[in-house]
Write a protein that binds this ligand. Structure first.
Ligand code: PMP
Length: 411
């Protein structure tokens, strides 16, 4: 497959024509023209509600919606009926956690999470564990804010029912050792649920081959629209488990029998998609997934690794002078696509505003990972630069030059 060029894809992203260096991709990526066009075309030509009609527009819309499951499944490994569309990663994680609680799978046991996890993983699982009659156990962090994966064998015990952890940290960029996690979890029959919000958009993944049981990710972090996320889950789990959310679209038949409501659930994935789903957004997400597959996820991953290394090399003088500190590993090979820093010279928000004045968009604050920031003594937050396919090395250079100017110029 031919290599991919960040310069060639940039024309697909009109926002870049404003000259902004967009480094806020871990929060949300920009949308390419072809995604917006696919949604527009579908909205104007084939839009209707899905699964509820025999008329041609409903049939066309249903076909497009079903096809979107298929395309997304191709990106992450697995079959179309293992793809449940939700609103975002947060909702996908709530759905996964509530499903296990609702089905009694957490009762009397533990869910292992880590102190580095995004609140969208941490809160659903801590709360579902309580609700389901169990408790959460928290894997501690090392001095860099990376989970102590070396303690996995001690923390995963016969009591562990599920391990729900981040795939790639949205703060440190550290990639979880999924193979080791799966091995340790399988030894005790625990389920592995991956928050892949920063995984699927940036790395080649094949959830089945990786051996995970469930995984969550968001459309808006991978060139797609807001309003759609994915819970991928093993088909047999979706088949066996009762959904915590019921409603239109989830059932094949409902009857009143002897004064009680009898429910026959639909086949997966429909039984987990309650109510009218994000139809137009599914079409957009499928177009985004197609674009990523055309580029090749191994190219995306390599490109981001190169940008991370380049950025950290450019920041070396500021780092060695003690003007910046990394949140997370200080070696580029140990973080993927994300460079988060703090400085004693400016608050994160102040630094973010000064970068914005220079046309550089970064994210500042605690990035929904308060415990992690407290742990690394950065309770004011950090400044995070995160890369995607349309960032080129000049973006890293603009960032490094701006940081140097802001942090070394006396006023
Ligand atoms: N998990 C991680 C690792 C994330 O980076 C994010 C988004 N910052 C989320 C979960 C939540 O994603 P969403 O807001 O799309 O639900």
């Amino acid at each position: 497959m031919p290599g991919f060029s960040c310069y060639e894809v940039r024309s697909e992203f009109p926002e870049l024509e404003r000259g902004i260096v967009y480094l806020d991709n871990a929060a949300s990526t920009l949308k390419p023209r072809r995604v917006v066009e696919a949604m527009r075309e579908f909205s104007y030509r084939s839009y209707a509600n899905v699964h509820r009609g025999v008329h041609r527009l409903s049939m066309e819309a249903s076909k497009a919606y079903e096809d979107a499951h298929e395309v997304v499944a191709r990106l992450v490994g697995g079959s179309w009926d293992e793809v449940v569309f939700t609103r975002n990663t947060t909702e996908a994680m709530q759905l996964a956690a509530l499903t296990l609680a609702y089905n009694g799978l957490l009762r009397g046991g533990e869910v292992l999470v880590t102190a580095a996890d995004h609140h969208s993983t941490l809160l659903p699982w801590v709360r579902a564990a309580r609700l389901g009659g169990g408790r959460a156990r928290i894997l501690p962090l090392d001095g860099r804010g990376v989970p102590r994966w070396d303690l996995l064998e001690d923390y995963i015990t016969e009591d562990t029912r599920a391990v729900a952890v981040g795939h790639v940290s949205n703060v440190t960029g550290a990639v979880a050792p999924v193979e080791d996690i799966v091995k340790a979890a399988k030894r005790v029959g625990a389920l592995v649920v991956l928050d892949s919000a920063q995984g699927v958009p940036h790395l080649p993944v094949d959830f089945r081959r990786m051996g995970v049981d469930m995984a969550a990710f968001s459309g808006h972090k991978m060139l797609g629209p807001t309003g759609i996320g994915v819970l991928w889950a093993r088909r047999d789990l979706l088949e066996e488990l009762e959904p915590p959310l019921g409603g239109g679209g989830t059932v094949s038949r409902v009857r009143l029998q002897g004064g009680s409501v009898e429910i026959e659930w639909e086949e997966p994935p429909w039984k987990f998609e309650a109510g009218t789903p994000p139809i137009i957004e599914a079409v957009g997400l499928a177009e985004a997934a197609d674009m990523l597959m055309e580029i090749g996820m191994e190219h995306v991953a390599r490109h981001e690794d190169e940008l991370t290394s380049h950025t950290m090399k450019l920041l070396e003088p500021l780092y060695s002078e003690g003007l910046i500190r990394y949140v997370g590993p200080d070696k580029p090979g140990e973080r993927h696509g994300i460079v988060s820093i703090t400085t004693h010279l400016k608050s994160p928000d102040e630094l973010g505003l000064l970068l914005d004045r220079r046309g550089i968009a970064v994210r500042t604050g605690l990035h929904c990972a308060h415990i992690l920031h407290d742990h690394v003594d950065a309770s004011m937050g950090s400044v995070r630069a995160s890369f995607y396919i349309y960032n080129c090395k000049e973006d890293a250079e603009r960032l490094a030059e701006a940081l140097e100017e802001i942090l070394t110029t006396r006023r």
